[in-house]
Design a protein around this ligand. Structure first.
Ligand SMILES: NC(=O)c1ccc[n+]([C@@H]2O[C@H](COP(=O)([O-])OP(=O)(O)OC[C@H]3O[C@@H](n4cnc5c(N)ncnc54)[C@H](OP(=O)(O)O)[C@@H]3O)[C@@H](O)[C@H]2O)c1
Length: 223
């Protein structure tokens, strides 16, 4: 049994992905800022037969995030799958012309520096196992930047560039890196944006190990 860690695990996509990968044999490490919330989610998963444990960390605090990922691997075993999917903060989404240089700090700490910290923390486990999967999840502004959400748009572009370079760099080590773009809002019952449907798409990306960027549904103007 190996471990999947979800960095940014909440009741929406995080819970659905945890159930999907848990059903398919992974133990789950759930990372978010609020220990009570990840504990509650872990307890609900445990009830359904999925081994899960919560670890509190803020992705904007590199030392705290590293410590949480180390603790997760020590408690549950080596990490084979990382999903980086914290839900972005509302104050990252200011209009472009109201966004100062300082306003880009938070989004970049969140989307880029946190992602780099998480990847470097789990890479030794994946190399030890000889395989791994790293999944990035982003909204449509990663592909089509939105001036109304300048911080996340710029930071998602940086995260996407980092992820795409990882895809190429780690391919020879059987560490598959891929990105799921979710256009629109995650909505239970929606044909493409239902959490369980998205979780199944992420499972398929982990299994199929082809290509970098995948879309859940259609992003207007793309493809
Ligand atoms: N929701 C949407 O409509 C939508 C649309 C397109 C794309 N997405 C993507 O889907 C993913 C999120 O899915 P979701 O919205 O369903 O969320 P979710 O899995 O329900 O929860 C995400 C969790 O991220 C945690 N988080 C937020 N800031 C954090 C931080 N600084 N450090 C650590 N954890 C943090 C929050 O927990 P704490 O508050 O306890 O930290 C939250 O519960 C993201 O990758 C997002 O880009 C979402």
């Amino acid at each position: 049994m190996t471990t999947m860690v979800i960095v940014g695990a909440g009741q929406g996509l995080g819970a659905a992905v945890a159930r999907q990968f848990g059903r398919d044999g992974f133990d789950l490490a759930l990372v978010a800022r609020d220990q009570d919330r990840v504990d509650t989610l872990a307890a609900a998963l445990d009830k359904d037969g999925v081994t899960a444990q919560g670890f509190a960390a803020d992705v904007r605090d590199p030392a705290g995030l590293e410590a949480a990922l180390d603790a997760a691997a020590a408690a549950l075993g080596p990490i084979e799958v990382l999903q980086y999917s914290p839900a972005p903060h509302a104050d990252f989404m200011k209009p472009l012309l109201e966004t100062s240089p300082a306003d880009f700090t938070g989004p970049l700490e969140f989307s880029l520096y946190g992602a780099v910290t998480a990847v470097l923390a789990v890479l030794p486990d994946m190399r030890f196992l000889g395989r791994g999967t790293i999944l990035f999840v982003n909204g449509g502004s990663a592909v089509r930047p939105l001036p109304a959400r300048a911080g996340t748009s710029v930071a998602y572009a940086a995260e996407s560039a980092y992820a795409r370079m990882l895809h190429e760099t780690l391919a020879t080590e059987d560490i598959h890196v891929a990105q799921l773009i979710i256009p629109g809002v995650i909505t239970p019952g929606h044909p493409s944006n239902d959490p369980a449907t998205l979780a199944a798409a992420l499972w398929a990306m982990h299994q199929d190990r082809t290509g970098f960027r995948h879309f859940a549904g259609v992003l207007e103007g793309e493809g």
